[in-house]
Design a protein around this ligand. Structure first.
Ligand SMILES: C[S@@+](CC[C@H](N)C(=O)[O-])C[C@H]1O[C@@H](n2cnc3c(N)ncnc32)[C@H](O)[C@@H]1O
Length: 241
């Protein structure tokens, strides 16, 4: 039996089991990739700057309810925990091994913010409409096939309160200018490792968020973006009313 089927048979979506089992589901892979230098290397040294840009979008003092859709390696979760005081932080992930890893990163003995971990598929989020002030999607969308990406964005918009903030850390637009976009063998290597990245690049994020909002009878009224590595990565936020 193919290894990925073992994970798929346990309820993990096929695209995740098939293409990313070695990175997110297989215990030795999980151990390896969760080292800060490794994840930083994968992001060409930009991990901390991307996390810092996400943190800048969070309220420093005002309590809030925040949802992070899918776990991420490295120090993102402890950094969120340090930033969000008197708040509620919810993290969902479809992979139990990732939730266990995340739970072990929360500072022991701290209840502020209160952290909640739930096994859930981002395509069908079991929270009520308008549950959160902030929803964060950190480098997940490019790893999803287009249908799963569409459903995840719709769910993200749905669970946001009116006037809530959607923060997306992702690959930036492919304008064909960056050397990693222009040099074909490098681009091919990237899309080999990230099989859904090419489809992500083809569709503008803001248009995707607009379409997801329309389907939820919502409206993105403001957006702002911070780019890194000459636009190769971007942190974008939307106010959804
Ligand atoms: C957020 S993404 C990529 C993170 C990024 N490479 C990093 O670690 O910095 C990886 C996570 O998404 C989760 N994931 C993938 N598809 C999902 C889905 N449909 N629902 C919930 N979690 C999902 C995986 O289990 C994994 O923990």
């Amino acid at each position: 039996m193919l290894v990925w089927r073992l994970f798929h048979n346990r309820g993990i979506p096929q695209y995740l089991s098939k293409h990313y089992w070695w990175a997110y589901l297989w215990q030795p892979g999980v151990w390896f990739f969760d080292h800060q230098p490794i994840i930083n290397l994968i992001l060409f040294g930009f991990y901390r700057r991307i996390v810092a840009a996400v943190l800048r979008q969070l309220p420093a003092h005002k309590p809030c309810r925040m949802l992070q859709i899918a776990s991420a390696y490295g120090e993102l979760l402890p950094a969120l925990q340090r930033r969000l005081k008197h708040s509620e932080l919810h993290l969902l992930d479809v992979a139990p091994v990732q939730l266990r890893l995340a739970q072990n990163k929360v500072y022991p003995g701290t209840a502020d913010p209160s952290c909640h971990f739930t096994q859930m598929n981002s395509e069908e989020i079991a929270y009520r409409d308008g549950s959160f002030d902030i929803v964060l999607i950190f480098l997940l969308l490019h790893e999803l096939p287009p249908e799963a990406r569409r459903r995840t964005l719709e769910e993200a918009v749905r669970v946001l309160k009116p006037g809530g903030k959607l923060i997306v850390a992702e690959y930036g637009r492919n304008r064909g200018v960056h050397f990693l976009h222009r040099i074909a063998p490098l681009r091919r290597l990237l899309t080999l490792l990230e099989p859904f990245l090419a489809t992500y690049w083809r569709d503008d994020l803001t248009k995707q968020v607009s379409r997801a909002s329309e389907r939820q009878h919502r409206n993105p009224i403001a957006f702002s973006e911070e780019e890194f590595f000459s636009g190769f990565y971007a942190v974008t936020w939307y106010k959804i009313v």
